[in-house]
Design a binder for this molecule. Structure first.
Ligand code: GLN
Length: 388
């Protein structure tokens, strides 16, 4: 047989999703792949039941149903102050995964350089390969996950055409400060670069941190491509509703890429999710309070057990430092952890470009009982590790 494509021959499967399969296989409490085990808001699922009877069931407009884009534009303006034209500046995609891929394909030519902060969400590596981009990694240095602006400037000097910015950040829970974003903006403008943002955790922020929308900084609106989704904000990761917000020139291109990649997001799900986009402020306050509770329960438990971790400022993950277990192979450690301790986690090395093997990532968007059960299992980690 002829060989398969060169472009994809070095692909590994997603470590995050592999850890979900391994957790299932061993009956471990799965704190690896980030998705809630609690229900979405009832108003949204009630609306979905009505939609099942009344439709729509056929294709929506390829760049997203009109009412969905209008509700998105209104919500974006409400939280960021940005005015967004729902016809010219939004494309609805199948999750932010497609939003990111379509953005990369719209901006990058094979061989172009793209700057990426490391640790990074693993999909960006695959996005770079699929679009032919050559990533230049800029370390976010633990424990504060700060970056050296000179290294960022070096990436731009080497010709990076775009920067991928995940804020709030998966996996490290960093929320970029306004000052840091101003540094990024200044360099992006100076070197005439695009910034593709992944802002899926925009509403999952812990006090006193605040989310700043990069696109709202002077000069950034026309060079920022926002990728986002409803997955985390409304606990509907399986609905695959994402979107791109950018200038009309960029969106016109993304619309075409999206059209040929997937045609469109699911029409009945868009219709039902409009209910969520129209929620009052109270919903987002409650969401924040709920996440703060889950974060405190889980990280408080880790602290009590004497484990070392980085306090998340946003998003729903915590990186635990497993140096005390002498871990050199974090992948093997996570497989062992799922099998012997009964908790699924993601090996940190799948997020770091650097040679870092002392972190594992837990996510905590889970019911109290799930988090308590995971902590109960983790209580046995040290004694089990002695016989490892
Ligand atoms: N963003 C989530 C994570 O990092 C889920 C990823 C996925 O499987 N799509 O775990």
């Amino acid at each position: 047989m002829r060989e398969l494509s060169k472009r994809t021959e070095n692909f590994t499967d997603s470590v995050i999703r592999r850890m979900t399969r391994i957790s299932l296989q061993h009956g471990a409490i799965n704190l690896s792949q980030g998705f809630p085990d609690f229900d979405p808001p009832k108003e949204i699922t009630d609306r979905l039941k009505e939609v099942a009877d009344k439709g729509p069931h056929q294709y929506a407009l390829t760049w997203g149903a009109q009412n969905f884009r209008e509700a998105l534009a209104k919500k974006q303006e409400h939280f960021s102050g940005m005015k967004v034209d729902p016809d010219k500046e939004i494309v609805v995609t199948c999750g932010s995964t497609e939003a990111m891929m379509a953005s990369m394909m719209s901006i990058v030519n094979p061989g172009d350089k793209v700057a990426v902060f490391s640790p990074f969400y693993e999909n960006y590596g695959a996005d770079a390969i699929l679009s032919g981009a050559e990533p230049i990694y800029i370390p976010l240095v633990p424990p504060a996950f700060s970056f050296d602006p000179n290294l960022l400037e070096d990436a731009f000097k080497k010709g990076a055409k775009a920067l991928i910015l995940c804020n709030p950040s998966n996996p490290c829970g960093k929320v970029f400060t306004k000052e840091e974003l101003e540094i990024i903006a200044k360099l992006a403008i100076q070197y005439d670069c695009y910034v593709i943002t992944d802002e899926v955790y925009e509403h999952i922020i812990y006090e006193p941190y605040q989310h700043t929308y990069l696109a709202t900084l002077p000069g950034m609106r026309e060079r920022t491509i926002i990728c986002n989704s409803l997955s985390k904000t409304y606990s509907i990761t399986g609905w695959r509703l994402g979107y791109v917000i950018a200038s009309p020139e960029i969106v016109e291109r993304v619309k075409k890429v999206h059209d040929f990649l997937t045609v469109g997001a699911a029409a009945p799900l868009m219709e039902a999710a409009v209910t969520g986009l129209n929620f009052p402020d109270e919903y987002y306050r409650d969401l924040q309070a709920h996440y703060t509770h889950m974060k405190e329960l889980f990280t408080g438990g880790l602290k009590q057990l004497g484990f070392s971790y980085t306090e998340p400022q946003g998003a729903y993950y915590v990186l635990m430092d497993v140096s005390e277990f002498g871990v050199t192979d974090d992948v093997a450690f996570c497989e062992w952890l799922a099998k012997e301790v009964g908790v699924g986690a993601v090996p940190g090395s799948s997020f770091f470009k650097e040679d870092v093997h002392n972190y594992i990532r837990f996510h905590f968007a889970k019911k109290d009982e799930t988090l308590h059960a995971a902590l109960d299992n983790l209580e046995r980690l040290r004694s089990k590790a002695k016989t490892r």
